[in-house]
Write a protein that binds this ligand. Structure first.
Ligand code: NAP
Length: 255
C-alpha cells in the first residue's frame, strides 16, 4: 500500500454506510480523501474524527444528481490537491416503491444518482487521470442486483436492479474504451450482497418493514468495512492486473 501514501481519492457518498467506511480506511492508509455527499455536517464530523490519522479528509457538499455540483467538486480537487488517483463511485440509493404504481420522480432519483451521477464523476476523474498520465483506479460500488434479480425483494426494488445491471455494463464498457485508448487506468466493480448501512431507511422503509426484509433474506449482513477491505485489496494489485468484478455476500444470504 506504500505507493498510495499521499495519493488523492474521491469517494462519493462518504457521509454514511459503505462510503464512510471506505473513506475512513483510505485516510488511515495515508491517502488524501475528498468525500462527497449532501449532508455536510456528517462529513465535517468525519473530518474531525479522522484528524489524527496519517491521511487527510476533505469534505465537499455535493448532490450527485446535480451536474454543476459534481463539476465543482472535481474542479476543487484539481485546484487544491492536483490530481485524482482513485475514484470510488459509491453514492447510490433505491426507493421503496414498485414498477406498477410507482412515481416517476422516485424512479428518476434512483436513475439520476446510480447511473448518471456515476458517469459524470467517472468522466471528470478520467479527464484528470489522463491529463496527468496516471495509472488511476476507478471502482464502482455495484450490487449483487447488478448480476441477479433479487427474488425475495422483487416487489420493492423497481428500477434499482436495472441501474445496477447498468453499472455492470458501464464498468466493462469503460474498461474496453480505456483499453482501446491504451490508457493505464483500471476499472473494477465490487458487488456486495446485503450490508448493514442506512440504505433501507433512506429508501423510505419503516423499521417493521426493514426487520421483515432482513428475516426474509437470512439474518446475516456484511459490515461496511468488509466492502472497504475489498477496495484495499484492489489497491494492492499491481498495475498490470485489473480485477474487474468482486461479488461479496454475507455467509448464508438468501436473496
Ligand atoms: N447496503 C446494502 O445492502 C448494499 C448492497 C449492495 C450495494 N450497495 C450499494 O452501496 C452503495 C452505498 O450504499 P449504502 O448501503 O452505504 O447506503 P447509505 O448508508 O444509504 O449511504 C448512501 C450514501 O450515498 C449518499 N447519497 C445519497 N444520495 C446522494 C446524492 N443525491 N448526492 C450525493 N450523495 C448521495 C449519502 O449521503 P447524503 O445523504 O449525505 O447525500 C450516503 O453517504 C450504493 O451504491 C448501494 O447501491 C449497498
Amino acid at each position: 500500500m506504500e505507493q498510495w501514501i499521499g495519493a488523492v481519492a474521491v469517494v462519493t457518498g462518504a457521509s454514511a454506510g459503505i462510503g464512510e467506511s471506505i473513506a475512513i480506511e483510505l485516510v488511515k492508509k495515508g491517502l488524501k480523501v475528498v468525500g462527497l455527499a449532501r449532508r455536510i455536517d456528517r462529513l465535517n464530523k468525519l473530518k474531525e474524527d479522522l484528524k489524527n490519522e496519517s491521511g487527510e479528509f476533505h469534505p465537499i457538499k455535493c448532490d450527485m444528481t446535480i451536474e454543476e455540483d459534481i463539476l465543482a467538486a472535481f474542479q476543487w480537487t484539481r485546484n487544491n490537491l492536483g490530481s485524482v488517483n482513485l475514484l470510488v463511485n459509491n453514492a447510490g440509493t433505491f426507493r421503496n416503491t414498485n414498477l406498477t404504481e410507482g412515481k416517476t420522480s422516485d424512479w428518476k432519483t434512483v436513475i439520476d444518482l446510480n447511473l448518471l451521477g456515476l458517469c459524470i464523476a467517472t468522466r471528470e476523474a478520467v479527464k484528470i487521470m489522463t491529463e496527468k498520465n496516471l495509472a488511476g483506479l476507478i471502482i464502482h460500488i455495484n450490487s449483487i442486483s447488478g448480476h441477479f434479480p433479487l427474488i425475495t425483494v422483487a416487489s420493492m426494488v423497481n428500477v434499482y436492479g436495472a441501474t445496477k445491471y447498468g453499472v455492470t455494463n458501464l464498468a466493462e464498457t469503460l474498461r474496453l474504451e480505456l483499453a482501446t485508448k491504451k490508457s493505464k487506468i483500471r476499472v473494477s466493480s465490487i458487488s456486495p450482497g446485503a450490508v448493514k448501512t442506512e440504505i433501507l431507511e433512506a429508501s423510505g422503509l419503516d423499521k417493521h418493514e426493514i426487520d421483515k426484509m432482513r428475516i426474509q433474506n437470512g439474518t446475516a449482513l456484511l459490515e461496511p468495512v468488509d466492502v472497504a477491505n475489498a477496495v484495499l485489496y484492489l489497491m494492492t494489485t499491481p498495475p498490470s492486473v485489473n480485477v474487474t468484478e468482486l461479488i461479496i455476500r454475507p455467509t448464508g444470504e438468501i436473496m
